[in-house]
Design a protein around this ligand. Sequence first.
Ligand SMILES: *Cc1c(COP(=O)(O)O)cnc(C)c1O
Length: 375
Amino acid sequence: MKRIPIAGPWITEREIEYVTDAVRNAWYENHSVYQQRFETAFARYVSRRYAISLPSCTSALHLSLLAAGVGPGDEVIVPDLTWIASAAPISYVGAKPVFADVDPVSWCLSAEALEAALTSRSKAVIPVDLYGSMPDMDAVLDLAHRRGLVVIEDAAESLGSEYRGRRAGSFGQSSTFSFHGSKTLTTGEGGMLVTDHEDVYQRCLFLRDHGRPPGDRYFFNTEVAWKYKMTSLQAALGLAQLERIDELIARKRQIFAWYREQLEGVPGLTLNAEGPDWKNSYWMVTVIVDASLGIDKRQLMDAMSQKGVDTRPFFHPLSSLPAYGQLASAADWPRRNPHAYSISPRGLNLPSGYNLDRAAVEQVCERLVDVLRGR
Ligand SMILES: *Cc1c(COP(=O)(O)O)cnc(C)c1O
């Protein structure tokens, strides 16, 4: 029996052709052609003026915080339920992460929780578009605007999602994407920062190249900075993927529809939501198991693994991780963020890779139902 993996890309002849061309020709005067083509096409797709290709989404968040002037003494609010990469760059710049609760339907930062997390030190907020879902952006942006917070959208998981007709990645001062091998569009490893602000764009170009102004030919560094660049081979892969983006999103939505069809009638399961205000690109199909079924995500993962199906646990509340154990009043978090602490222990990501067909999805669902029935 072949194992069913959790995630993986969809590579066609187009990707192979572009990468082959890059390794042959993207040198000398052509050394940055693929990065420029990828950035231009990407900015257009998410309706932003500027895009910068980077080695990761983590580096895009780091640059976003630096460009926003976030530093020691500042607090940055981030949802408690997300991958640690949303929050780690807050520590890189010497600021303090503050974990806020999520909305129980969208699983994303709620505006009420954002309001409750505000202090006189709050400088920025990083709403995260979790698993392809979208927060109530109007409410978050409105509150952030009134309180003078910089908004940085972590759209790593939501390429192709929409909120009130606007694409994920078009909200706030800058937005960030990941092209890790598990993501909706991949370059193997990679990321993108997008913004409409000329000054943010210029500052990030400077900071990502060891403090050299763009176009500097004299190698005369004016600040100690960072080195965050994407190779042309990765950009060629990304460009080919982006030219197929409609097909990729349609496939993600098809995979989710197969799951929904299979699991709709099973009592005690909740799948990723889609609201009247937002379209979900369903990066990862996720089930929340009702508490009445009395089974947690670790038991589910182990039982599914024994049946040949790879799954992932719903993100743990960041405030519960040993990595953040030194934060004061740790015992308080479950009371402060009740939705995060209720959802996370019961959530499981199911296989969502592009290699799935309807039969494979049916197999996963049958095995999940068997596990839930104690078989
Ligand atoms: C994948 C992911 C990241 C990090 O992306 P990298 O490219 O691995 O740095 C950040 N935030 C979220 C929400 C992610 O899912």
